[in-house]
Design a protein around this ligand. Structure first.
Ligand code: DCP
Ligand code: MG
Ligand code: MN
Length: 363
């Protein structure tokens, strides 16, 4: 290998190049490469202090191995290092890739596996996916999407619009009145949870939680007459008849997810809104209410506090961590009962953010 002798200005440019390479590799998540370019640039900077700027690959310079040496040679021959352009392009490509995958995952019902598959097939925008659905429906070709995903695509823009608080209140009053009119007062407890209950001025969806009077008994069978799934099915049926529910995304025994229309008039009358309804057994109600009020980060913290005390907290109840024994034997009627059991003073919904429980976690 020939000796390399560098002018001061060349050395300065090279240092800049290796610094940039280090940064690019860091951005690409290639930590080790980033460190090795950083080392090289540091060594070259030290070299500027020396009289001798001559070295070759066998010179024992810290951080300058064969691959760095080759890049220096390339720089001296061509005036640039091709790896820099390649790394810049990679980063740009990766950025596009991530933002496309993100937008696909933002379609209701599309997860990361499906999103990646769509990308690999060549789709690059939600618009293209929407066109694909239309084409497949027209030609009767094989279907790329489930029926829920198709709804997700049809309402893509709508689902990304926040729902004003007053619109949720109004919708809920309508739902409650309709239900009472048809089925009487069999619902024992009911709350709008999620961000609405936390006091936000607008929400991503409408989260309704309810439970029925478990004391209502069918005299012929001596069993609770109104089972969860019966209530849920009936409620959704009523809402569909009234033109409030537009589409179903999924209907389980306890949980319904769908699309509803909240306004008959006004500028929002044509927007499809996401509706979640949960029907919970009365003894689990307080736990479900705490969970579905959130926030997500608050839930994570309060579960961590329970874990430190050897308990696992979920939307169904509280258990001993090791024996898995149910600790719900005392009756937990309200959220306050759960806070009390964990030794945490009651925190109102408006304050249930990611930070409010930190003092309890540190101690
Ligand atoms: N939740 C949770 N973990 C999940 C999903 C939900 O802890 N994987 C809880 C916390 C949420 C609550 O359920 O606050 C309601 O879920 P939403 O997705 O409706 O979230 P928010 O209502 O908080 O926000 P948004 O206004 O976006 O609907
Ligand atoms: Mg919500
Ligand atoms: Mn929800």
């Amino acid at each position: 290998m020939t000796d390399i002798e560098l002018e001061k200005t060349q050395l300065d440019t090279l240092i800049k190049h290796f610094e940039e390479l280090s940064l690019l590799k860091k951005q690409a998540g290639e930590t080790w490469r980033a460190i090795s370019y950083e080392k090289a640039s540091r060594t070259l900077r030290e070299l500027t202090e020396n009289e001798h700027r001559k070295f070759n690959v066998s010179t024992d310079l810290k951080g300058i191995g064969k691959s760095i040496y080759q890049k220096i040679e390339e720089f001296l021959q061509k005036g640039n290092i091709s790896e820099i352009k390649k790394s810049r392009d990679d980063i740009l490509l990766n950025k596009d890739y991530l933002s496309i995958i993100n937008s696909f995952c933002n379609v209701w019902g599309v997860g990361s596996v499906k999103a990646k598959k769509l990308y690999t097939t060549g789709y690059r925008s939600v618009d293209e996916l929407q066109e694909l659905v239309l084409k497949e429906e027209k030609t009767g070709e094989k279907q790329t999407f489930t029926s829920a995903q198709k709804i997700g695509l049809r309402y893509y823009d709508d689902f990304n619009k926040r729902i004003p608080r007053a619109e949720i209140t109004r919708t809920w009053n309508r739902i409650r009145d309709l239900w009472t009119l048809k089925h009487g007062n069999i619902i024992a407890r009911l709350d709008i949870c999620g961000s609405y209950r936390r006091g936000l001025s607008n929400s991503g969806d409408i989260d309704i939680l309810l439970c029925y009077h478990s004391t209502v008994v069918d005299s012929s069978e001596n069993k609770p007459k109104y089972r969860n799934d019966w209530i849920l099915t009936k409620l959704v049926e009523t809402l569909r008849e009234e033109g409030i529910v537009l589409e179903d995304l999924c209907l389980g025994k306890h949980k319904y997810m769908g699309v509803c229309k909240t306004s008959k008039h006004g500028k929002n009358k044509d927007i499809g809104r996401r509706l979640d309804i949960l029907v919970i057994p009365q003894e689990e109600y307080a736990f479900a209410k705490l969970h579905f009020t959130g926030s997500w980060e608050f839930n994570r913290c309060i579960r961590q506090i329970a874990l430190h005390q050897g308990k696992t907290l979920s939307e169904h109840g509280i258990k001993a961590k090791d024996t898995k024994l149910n600790l719900n034997n005392n009756v937990y009627n309200s959220e306050k009962d759960i806070f009390d059991a964990l030794g945490v003073s009651y925190i109102p919904p408006e304050l249930r953010n990611d930070k409010v429980l930190l003092p309890y976690i540190k101690s």
